[in-house]
Design a protein around this ligand. Structure first.
Ligand SMILES: Cc1ncc(COP(=O)(O)O)c(C=O)c1O
Length: 481
């Protein structure tokens, strides 16, 4: 039997351990480089290291923390490492981490306005700020979810609400009255669209993939033709997804031209700007976002490139009434006497309980300020362009896509080697070797069937020396691949 009294951790012990953890984090954030960015853990290492059953008696926090350091940390891939260049690089910045501590400490739950009025209203204030910074019209309202996949799912549920009458009451099954529906996106659109249509009962066959141009951007002329052909076949367009910053190459779909088509056809336009949307804050990049203000919904992920700890995704929607129509369901035990004008966040999605996520975005926006954020974003783009210039100048390397933001797509291509399988093997070997170094972590994709290395810049601590080191590692790996 534990000798500890009932109740929570002793407040003085909390203070002591809390200080210890903040010190540990401060050291970690000051110098994450000694940790290998990609974990060297082997499958099952942690499972084997830890007991198979939970302890019967409580343990001292010191012992738990020692195991965290000894067993858990080696099994972590360090997303907060300046040598993290895989997927989309992200950052948990200081103000965001501190906000997360407060949010965990307070443990407020913002399902209803009254269950924490400030959590609901801070979300409204912060998202209004973000919308203004991105120059979105005031007709957009925002709501925070965990991830872009969930934001997009909600956007498509709203689109379905408009197209499929009575879907809430009657569902989609055994409905001979329903025409087949179509969701349009490019061949480079993120797989979250597939998951959303599966979950919404539309089936993956509802997706009509529109070919892309040479730069991996959707062909608006093909979209218009596809919609016309589908209508002739008796199918009903449900939504179009345009991406500003596709996952593989950060290509930019022609949103303005796509918005023309959506307006003419009366089809919901969802813009996936999960990664690149924050660049709409930077005046010189506004052109890439032209037409986004005409969308019905937009997803942007501050947890990707806005220095906000994972997770926080924002859905901006011009039809919040439709979104609420799709999701609002008030059980008796959730009824309140609050004025009907208040926002109850439970009405805007599938989940009832909601974390206090707005706090971290609010603190990040205030701490760095719009100018500080813009400067950091532009510095990342500058680093990406610098790396791209090294690739362009190196004889045995080639770039495989433009660099509209902070991701470079490239490969090693020795003179005379044209066999795609051979090039894939060589580049996969280079990638493996660089990632084993522990100093840099890159990932890959395929573009036009070609195995492509990706260097994604987005960590707040990444400097030119880290990018240069990645280039040295790549060059030396290429010599032996
Ligand atoms: C363009 C795009 N959309 C959506 C997503 C899904 O993001 P999340 O992990 O927040 O669901 C990603 C992930 O990288 C993405 O690149």
């Amino acid at each position: 039997m534990s000798q500890r009294p009932l109740g929570d951790m002793d407040p003085e012990a909390f203070r002591l351990e809390g200080h210890r953890i903040v010190d540990w984090l401060a050291d970690y954030l000051a110098a994450p480089e000694p940790y290998p960015v990609l974990s060297r853990s082997k499958p099952g290492d942690l499972v084997r290291a830890l007991p198979a059953a939970a302890p019967e008696d409580g343990e001292p926090f010191e012992a738990i923390f020692a195991d965290f350091e000894q067993h858990v940390v080696p099994g972590l891939t360090h997303w907060n490492h300046p040598g993290f260049f895989a997927y989309f690089a992200i950052s948990a910045s200081g103000p965001g981490i501190l906000a997360e501590m407060l949010s965990a400490g307070l443990n407020v739950q913002a399902m209803l306005w009254r269950t924490s009025p400030a959590a609901t209203e801070l979300e409204q204030v912060t998202l209004r700020w973000l919308a203004q910074l991105m120059e979105l019209p005031s007709t957009f309202e925002g709501v925070i979810y965990d991830t872009a996949s969930i934001s997009t799912l909600h956007a498509l549920a709203a689109a379905r609400e408009l197209v499929v009458p009575d879907v809430r009451a009657r569902g989609m099954l055994a409905r001979p009255d329903l025409p087949g529906v179509r969701v349009y996106c490019s061949e480079h659109t993120h797989s979250s669209i597939d998951k959303a249509v599966v979950l919404l009962g539309l089936g993956q066959q509802a997706i009509h993939r529109i070919p892309a141009d040479h730069y991996h951007a959707m062909r608006a002329d093909h979209l218009a033709e596809a919609i016309a052909a589908d209508r002739r076949a008796g199918l009903r367009p449900l939504a179009v997804i345009a991406s500003v910053g596709t996952t593989s190459s950060t290509a930019v779909d022609p949103v303005d031209a796509i918005a023309d088509i959506c307006e003419a056809e009366g089809v919901w336009l969802h813009v996936d700007a999960a990664y690149a949307g924050v660049m709409a804050m930077v005046p010189a990049w506004r052109d890439s976002f032209r037409g986004m203000e005409r969308a019905d919904s937009i997803v942007v992920n501050p947890h990707k490139w806005l220095f906000t700890p994972f997770d926080l995704s924002v859905l901006f929607c011009r039809r919040m009434d439709v979104l609420k129509q799709a999701f609002s369901l008030v059980a008796e035990y959730l009824r309140t006497t609050d004025p009907s004008a208040v926002t109850n966040l439970m009405d805007t999605g599938i989940q009832l309980g909601r974390r206090f996520r707005a706090l971290k975005l609010w603190m990040v926006l205030r701490y760095f300020g719009a100018e500080g954020i813009r400067a950091r974003l532009e510095a990342h783009v500058h680093l990406a362009r610098t790396f791209a210039s090294w690739i362009d100048d190196a004889p045995d390397w080639e770039r495989l896509a433009p660099v509209p933001f902070s991701v470079v797509c490239f490969r090693h291509h020795p003179a005379g080697v044209e066999d795609e399988e051979m090039l894939e093997r060589v580049n996969a070997a280079i990638l493996e070797r660089v990632n084993q170094s522990g100093e840099a972590f890159l990932s890959h994709t395929k573009l036009d069937g070609r195995y492509t290395l990706r260097l994604a810049i987005g960590n707040i601590k990444t400097e030119e020396r880290h990018v240069r080191r990645a280039w040295e590692l790549l060059s030396s790996a290429a010599k032996t691949a």
